[in-house]
Ligand binder design. Structure first.
Ligand code: PAF
Length: 282
């Protein structure tokens, strides 16, 4: 695996690969890699010639400076993991390399997507995400960019940005990786005790409940109420939001229309850890 720390050196290398007709996949991350991230690299393998993984803890997407400071940076382990899956290129720039202009302004009109759910709870978060992902897209010019479905709203935001900026990039949405009990993999799970992990299973159980009962043609509000009960009856778990939404707009819906696609979203706190999960409802 080749490691690049500057935009110029990465660009020069990729320019040669592109001229040789190589198909490039980009897997943007903030490091602290786990099986979920590695599954994105696996996904990209058969559909690209060169896999570029970026590790950059992006300051503009954090609203709490303490969160940014505390963000884990186990870079030696991350490098080992990337080598274990034969990643071709790791790009790990410094903050100055990515943001040479301290006063850089960025704004993209994401409409309501920026104001609901994660957008409402973390103001400015998706502006920061799109700012850095756009920089990476322009730099790497990937044919394919892989993102995990785990951050469903983030994927919808990136999809919208690709449309707005008219970028020739194929967006690959890679499935959520769950442990054997159903807990969605996340770097945050490391902060849960064994008991906390059991409590956290209520998230996937509530989503699965919705998925399993949609076909029964029961009133959607009734299904949602029962799914919420799974969460509220779990001691030590606090629900932040639970919603059944149309997949693209993420607008909450009252009823299901067979011609559209839907997703159930949940965010809850367990042992001081904020957990998010979702399930697409075919
Ligand atoms: O999902 C993440 O890890 C980050 O939001 C991303 C997409 C790498 C942008 O910093």
């Amino acid at each position: 695996m080749e490691i690049f720390k500057t935009k110029a050196s990465l660009q020069a290398h990729l320019q040669k690969a592109r001229s040789a007709g190589k198909k490039i996949a980009l897997i943007p991350t903030m490091g602290a890699l786990h099986e979920g991230h590695l599954s994105l690299l696996d996904y990209a393998k058969p559909i690209s010639d060169i896999r570029v993984c970026s590790i950059f803890v992006n300051p503009t997407q954090f609203n709490d400076p303490k969160d940014l400071e505390k963000y884990p940076r186990p870079i030696e382990n991350d490098i080992k993991l990337l080598e274990s899956v034969a990643c071709d290129i790791l790009f790990m720039p410094s903050v100055d390399e990515m943001y040479p202009d301290k006063d850089e302004n960025w704004h993209i009109d994401l409409g309501e997507l920026d104001q609901i759910w994660e957008g409402e709870k973390r103001p400015g978060h998706f502006q920061g995400v799109t700012q850095v992902v756009y920089k990476l897209f322009i730099l790497v010019q990937p044919d394919i960019a892989c993102f995990g479905q785990k951050d469903f709203q983030q994927v919808m935001v990136i999809k919208r940005m690709i449309e707005i900026k008219d970028l020739p990039i194929q967006l690959a949405i890679c499935p959520i990786i769950r442990d054997e009990h159903g807990l969605a993999l996340s770097s945050r799970n490391m902060r849960l005790s064994e008991e906390g992990k059991i409590k956290a299973l209520a998230l996937s159980r509530s989503l699965q409940y919705v998925k399993d009962h949609l076909a029964d043609n029961i009133d959607l509000q009734e299904i949602k109420k029962k799914a919420l009960t799974i969460l509220t009856q779990t001691e030590g778990l606090t629900v932040e939001y639970f919603a059944i939404c149309e997949s693209n707009s993420l607008k909450e819906v009252e009823r299901i229309d067979a011609s559209k696609q839907y997703v159930a979203l949940v965010t809850a706190w367990v042992e001081g850890v904020r957990l998010i999960d979702n399930m697409t409802l075919a």
